[in-house]
Design a protein around this ligand. Structure first.
Ligand code: GLN
Length: 453
């Protein structure tokens, strides 16, 4: 129990809600009407609004916010009869790559408690890794599902933009945000995606595209599958230990008949600068709603309305969030808009075009999820640029709206690393199929850190 608590993976646990849902699940199982995941325990990232249950988004400014409604993703899990174990810790407003920006303190990596679990869905990743729950939800704006999944040795799926409703998900960068899942295996990810995917009239960017049964193609043959390896994903930024694991993992897929081909994503180096203009710009706009009037924290001590706004935001937001608001406000301001925001939008188009060209040559793209294994807590907090570079292989997927899966590829010493598979729009079934075939032949996803067995 102490070891579990030390992870700091949860912000809120609500035993009454969990027990009520467990009882309801028992009834569904007994009286008929149960569904495939009825009774399965799940944890939700604290970015999803839960009616009557605290939803903080990892921030002081929402530290007293109890939503009056459920996010669509939450509602779907409830209707399935899943049992909510709690709300997981996360980087403040999902801004981070290490789960160190949370107002509620850092989450620890179950493989080594002095290291980060990755962010921003770090609490979700840690709780699945430590087997506190069977699965967890997360959100991925620039890598926040795949990166913590990789650093914790679990499976993470970021679906195509628009596949999972964003209704009731606290907005960070609306054109990039996408809800998804963190699970032990690709098979589990498929089952959970079946529950949360689908059109939602309450989200105007939700796509009206039929939802296949993601579990039905898991065992399909991958003989002849063309896997593209971007040369930019294997350059000097990649740590040699991680590279060895990725090359070994690719050999497993080759043994199944997959064919590896070299490809080029020439604009890869523009992804991080492009993202770190667009994401903060959208964030600065989205976060303007937190003003101490409508909901959340309000400063206790102020002179007039403007002073109240200023103190509420100064006291309510942490440093990383303030940094993003300042960058975003600057990039969007008259006179700088064309030079930064508009330029970044043009780069975004080029980055997407790279993928379109690549998918003419290959079926999926593979590479590392992160350049290194988990780093020590505190190692990068004073250097935002080195922190941002953790996202180098994940960000382009969000800029283009593509789906991507991270599966555990092996261990560098005691620390896991992830193999990332990127596919064309709505290719989730294919990605999960490849992940599952890989997991049929490997044991990495079954490994549990010492003390959590
Ligand atoms: N690490 C990236 C950031 O800090 C991505 C975060 C995310 O995907 N939510 O913005």
């Amino acid at each position: 129990m102490e070891r579990h608590r030390a992870l700091n993976a949860f912000i809120t646990v609500d035993p009454e809600l969990s027990l009520n849902q467990a009882r309801a699940a028992d009834r569904m199982l007994k009286n008929g009407g149960s569904r495939p995941l009825t009774g399965i325990p799940i944890a939700h990232k604290d970015i999803f609004c839960t009616k009557g249950v605290l939803t903080t988004c990892g921030s002081k400014i929402l530290s007293n916010f109890v939503p009056p409604y459920d996010a669509t993703l939450i509602k779907r899990c409830y209707e399935e009869g899943m049992v909510t174990l709690g709300k997981t810790n996360m980087d403040e407003f999902a801004m981070g790559s290490s789960n160190e920006t949370s107002y509620f303190g850092p989450v620890r990596n179950p493989w080594d408690q002095f290291r980060v679990p990755g962010g921003s869905s770090g609490g979700s990743a840690a709780s699945v890794t430590a087997r506190l729950c069977a699965a967890a939800t997360g959100t991925d704006t620039g890598g926040s599902i795949r990166q913590p999944a990789a650093l914790c040795g679990i499976t993470g799926l970021k679906p195509t933009y628009g596949r999972v409703s964003r209704y009731g998900m606290v907005a960070f960068a609306s054109s990039l945000d996408q809800g998804g899942v963190l699970t032990q295996s690709a098979e589990d990810a498929a089952l959970l995606l079946n529950v949360i995917a689908g059109f939602d009239p309450l989200d105007s960017t939700s796509v009206e595209e039929p939802v296949p049964d993601y579990g039905s193609k898991l065992k399909d043959d991958i003989d002849g599958l063309k896997i593209g390896l971007p040369k930019q994903y294997f350059d000097e930024g990649l740590s040699p230990e991680v590279e060895v694991l990725i090359r070994d993992a690719l050999r497993v897929l080759e043994d199944h008949g997959a064919v590896l081909i070299d490809i080029d994503l020439p604009n890869s180096e523009l992804c991080v600068p492009c993202y770190y203009v667009i994401a903060p710009s959208e964030a600065s706009s989205n976060l303007s709603r937190f003003d101490g009037v409508r909901y959340g924290y309000r400063s206790e001590d102020y002179e007039d309305l403007v002073d109240m706004y200023m103190r509420t935001r100064a006291e309510g937001f942490g440093d990383e969030v303030k940094r993003r608001i300042m960058i975003g406000t600057y990039a969007l301001s008259a006179g700088y808009y064309d030079a930064y925001y508009l330029k970044a939008q043009k780069l975004r188009r080029l980055i997407t075009h790279d993928f379109e060209r690549a998918f003419e040559l290959c079926d999926v793209i593979a590479g590392p999820t992160t350049p290194t294994a988990a780093f020590e807590i505190g190692a990068k907090t004073s250097d935002p640029i080195s922190m941002y570079l953790n996202d180098i292989y994940t960000i382009s997927v969000n800029l283009s709206g593509l789906p991507a899966l991270s599966v555990p590829a092996g261990f560098a010493g005691d620390l896991p690393a992830g193999l990332q598979l990127i596919g064309p729009y709505f290719s989730e079934s294919r990605l999960l199929n490849i992940g599952h075939r890989f997991q049929m032949d490997t044991e990495w996803h079954r490994r549990i850190p010492g003390g959590f067995e």
